[in-house]
Structure formats: structure tokens, C-alpha cells
Design a protein around this ligand. Structure first.
Ligand SMILES: *Cc1c(COP(=O)(O)O)cnc(C)c1O
Ligand SMILES: *[C@@H]1O[C@H](CO)[C@@H](O)[C@H](O)[C@H]1NC(C)=O
Length: 412
């Protein structure tokens, strides 16, 4: 089998960091990666750290856990997620994974069979393509529509589905677009999946990180209509991405996906996975039950503030446009206006990001890595002063390049 050739986010950011100009004295500001812990205003709460200290010091959790996860951890996650649903999940619906990344890997591996295809959003999250390439699962991209709050193009979905389609991936709240879907739109997605008898893989790693008009609605709400595989983790909402604590959940009250054969397959697959450390799993019940509301409200307030700064600053930059104000998650997609005569010496989004890194020591993620050429992804999970400074530098970068262009035109 060939090694997949996809560019990964980590790969391209590594190359961007390595091409920083050492003569450039400006401090490096990265709005490329989605790791909020890089900025001191995004820290987890004391209770979360203390929960882990407690389980570690108890000496009770140094052994292996069951491969699908500790029973008390599965129970706590089923109760936590059930709060958003019109029915109750059971602990048996929950499988513990090493972050949401491994939950994605499990979902794709479990659904892989000869000729299978999975529908994935564009722009999206490249781990899906990467996993699918390793499992020989075909990926079919449907577009998210920027002018319609990045909603799924359902007509396109209808056109892409065939009898080998096994699932559609929905990321909500959305990375990379910062969208939060309405109940009505999610219902339409569920109806479409039901019509075609395919599953929904609901990536809710940003669950509850919604700070705009639309409240977060869990896809599992439609679990009675169509089986939903809900994927999530502590990484983003609790700001501990390095702890690698995630979940793969069958939100399927009618037991359509959960037949004996699939359950056996899942359990066997988990025997080869190796989930997160036992003492981290053991801390989850206390983390989910006792984290104070004020921690969540504070995080949302900061994200609201930084997303507002981000949106406002981008509107001041002539070579960029942002079609939708972010409503959730931690990043937003911004279009680079290469067609206007502003940036004639910049060939595409990759060139834009490389020159920006070199000249201004600011890292943005080229849109191509998430499926949209000539866009960039801007992470707003950064402290306000860094964000303002970074976007000021992007502005002077754009002005400098349009000015150079003007001088050039004047000369000829
Ligand atoms: C961050 C992220 C993940 C991975 O989550 P981890 O818990 O860090 O593995 C998955 N999906 C999306 C859309 C993400 O942004
Ligand atoms: C967000 O901004 C508002 C208004 O400027 C401010 O009152 C509030 O303290 C900020 N929130 C946080 C958590 O910094």
C-alpha cells in the first residue's frame, strides 16, 4: 500500500516555522494551530488538574483499564452527553479513545469495507482523509456554503451518495469555519442521511463551544431517526488537548447500527487500540460532574471577545474577506483576494502564508490543507494582544505588497 500523500496541518506548519527569517526581530505569532494552551489566557481549571492528581496519588489506577475504557468513565460520559438528548445513552454506548483523533480513526476503520465511501465536508479536518487513505476508504467531498453560514450543500450530498456510501461526516461547531448549525439544518442533514440509509459521524470535539446566535445542538438529538456516531474529547472544552481523552459514542436508541456483529467488531478493534492512561480516565467522572459553570462561561467570553477582534481586524485588511462571523469553535476561514490587483506578486494561499511567515513572523494555515485553495484559516484562540498584533502585521503585509505592485506599475 502506498503512503498517503495528503499534506497534514502539522506538516505544513512545521515547514512554515522552519522558513522564518532569523534576521527578522519580530516575535513569532502563530494563529495556525488549534492548540489554545499556547496562550496563557486559555488554561484549564484547578479542579480538572486536581482530579488527575487525586486519581494518580490514589495508587489505584496504575494498571490496565478495560480496552473500551473504565466502566465509571463510560458511565460519566453517557450521563454528560445524555443531558443534550431527548433519550438516555447507556455506558455501553461509550468507548474511550485517545482523543477525538482516535475516535475518528475507529469510526473510519469500523466502517471500512471494499469499495466503501464516506462523505466529508470541504473545507474540513484533514485527519479524515488521512485515516481513509490508510484504510482504502474512498472520500467524497461535499461543499460547505460560505454565504449560507457554511451550511452543508445537501443537493450535492444527494448527488454524491451511491450504494457504497456508508456515512457522512458533520463537524459542529465547525472547524475550520467557526460555524454553529441550527436545529433545522441538522434535522435536514439527518433526514438526508435517513433517506440514503447512511450513518452520521458527528464530530463534536467543539461541543458547547458556541458563543454566537445559534446554540449548540447535539446531532444525537436525531439518533431515533438515523444512527449517529458521536465523537468528542476533553481536549477543547476543558483545554487539555495533551491528555488524549476522547470518546466514540453510539447515539442509536433504536439499535440499528448497534447489532451484535458491529458491537463485536468494535470491541475487537478496541483490543488493538490502547486508549488513554488509566488515571486520566479515572479522573473523568469528577471532571464532568464538578467543573464549575463559571469556567465554561469565562472560556466562551474570551472566545467571543477574540473572535470579535479577529472579525473586526480582518474587515480592515483590504486583501482579505471573511464571509461569516464566527459563532463557535476556535478558527475561521478567510478568503485571500488574489483576483484584485492588490497581491499580484503572491501566487496562492501557500505563497501568501510563506511570505507572511518570512516577512512578518506570523503563521496562518494555508486553506489548501483544509480543502480550500486561496483561503487561509485563522485561529482566534489566542490572547487579544497577540491577535491584534498579528492581524496588524497581516494588514501591513497586504499594504506593502499592494504598494510594491503600484510602484511596479508606475515604473512600467
Ligand atoms: C482538534 C480536533 C480533533 C482532534 O481532537 P483531539 O481530542 O485533540 O484528538 C478532531 N476533530 C476536529 C474537528 C478538531 O478540531
Ligand atoms: C470580554 O470583553 C468584555 C468587553 O470588553 C469585557 O467586559 C470582558 O471582561 C471580556 N471577557 C474576558 C473573559 O476577558
Amino acid at each position: 500500500m502506498q503512503t498517503p500523500t495528503n499534506i497534514t496541518i502539522k506538516g505544513i506548519l512545521g515547514i512554515l516555522m522552519s522558513c522564518l527569517d532569523e534576521k527578522n526581530k519580530k516575535r513569532v505569532i502563530s494563529l495556525g494551530m488549534g492548540d489554545p494552551t499556547a496562550y496563557s489566557c486559555f488554561t484549564t481549571t484547578h479542579l480538572v488538574q486536581d482530579s488527575v492528581l487525586q486519581t494518580l496519588e490514589s495508587h489505584k489506577f496504575n494498571g490496565y483499564s478495560p480496552t473500551i475504557g473504565l466502566p465509571q468513565t463510560r458511565k460519566a460520559i453517557s450521563e454528560y452527553l445524555s443531558k443534550d438528548l431527548p433519550y438516555k445513552l447507556t455506558p455501553d454506548d461509550v468507548y474511550i479513545t485517545a482523543g477525538c483523533t482516535q475516535a475518528i480513526e475507529v469510526a473510519i476503520s469500523i466502517l471500512a469495507k471494499p469499495n466503501a465511501n464516506i462523505l466529508v465536508p470541504k473545507p474540513g479536518f484533514p485527519i479524515y482523509e488521512l485515516c481513509a487513505a490508510f484504510r482504502n476508504v474512498e472520500i467524497r467531498h461535499f461543499n460547505l456554503i460560505p454565504e449560507k453560514e457554511w451550511e452543508v450543500d445537501l443537493e450535492e450530498v444527494n448527488a454524491l451518495v451511491d450504494h457504497n456510501t456508508v456515512a457522512i461526516v458533520i463537524i459542529n461547531p465547525g472547524n475550520p469555519c467557526g460555524n454553529v448549525y441550527t436545529y433545522q439544518h441538522l434535522k435536514k442533514i439527518a433526514e438526508t442521511a435517513k433517506k440514503h440509509k447512511i450513518l452520521v459521524i458527528a464530530d463534536e470535539v467543539y461541543g458547547h463551544l458556541a458563543f454566537g446566535e445559534n446554540p449548540f445542538v447535539a446531532m444525537g438529538v436525531f439518533g431515533s431517526m438515523v444512527p449517529i456516531l458521536t465523537l468528542g474529547s476533553l481536549s477543547k472544552r476543558w483545554i487539555v488537548p495533551g491528555w488524549r481523552l476522547g470518546w466514540f459514542v453510539t447515539a442509536d436508541p433504536n439499535g440499528i447500527f448497534k447489532n451484535a456483529k458491529n458491537i463485536e467488531r468494535l470491541k475487537k478493534y478496541f483490543d488493538i487500540c490502547g486508549g488513554p492512561a488509566t488515571f486520566i480516565q479515572a479522573a473523568v467522572p469528577r471532571i464532568l460532574e464538578d467543573t464549575k459553570e463559571v469556567f465554561f462561561t469565562r472560556t466562551l467570553s474570551i472566545l467571543k471577545n477574540t473572535s470579535d477582534i479577529c472579525f473586526r481586524k480582518i474587515q480592515e485588511i483590504p486583501c482579505l474577506t471573511c464571509p461569516q462571523k464566527p459563532q463557535g469553535a476556535m478558527a475561521v476561514m478567510v478568503k485571500v483576494k488574489l483576483n484584485v490587483p492588490l497581491l499580484k506578486d503572491i501566487s496562492d494561499d501557500i505563497d501568501f502564508c510563506f511570505k507572511l511567515a518570512k516577512e512578518e513572523s506570523v503563521i496562518l494555515l494555508p486553506g489548501l490543507t483544509v480543502g480550500l485553495k486561496n483561503w487561509v484559516r485563522v485561529t482566534f484562540a489566542a490572547d487579544p494582544s497577540s491577535l491584534e498584533e498579528a492581524l496588524d502585521r497581516v494588514k501591513s503585509f497586504c499594504l506593502k505588497h499592494s504598494h510594491q505592485q503600484k510602484v511596479h506599475i508606475d515604473l512600467i
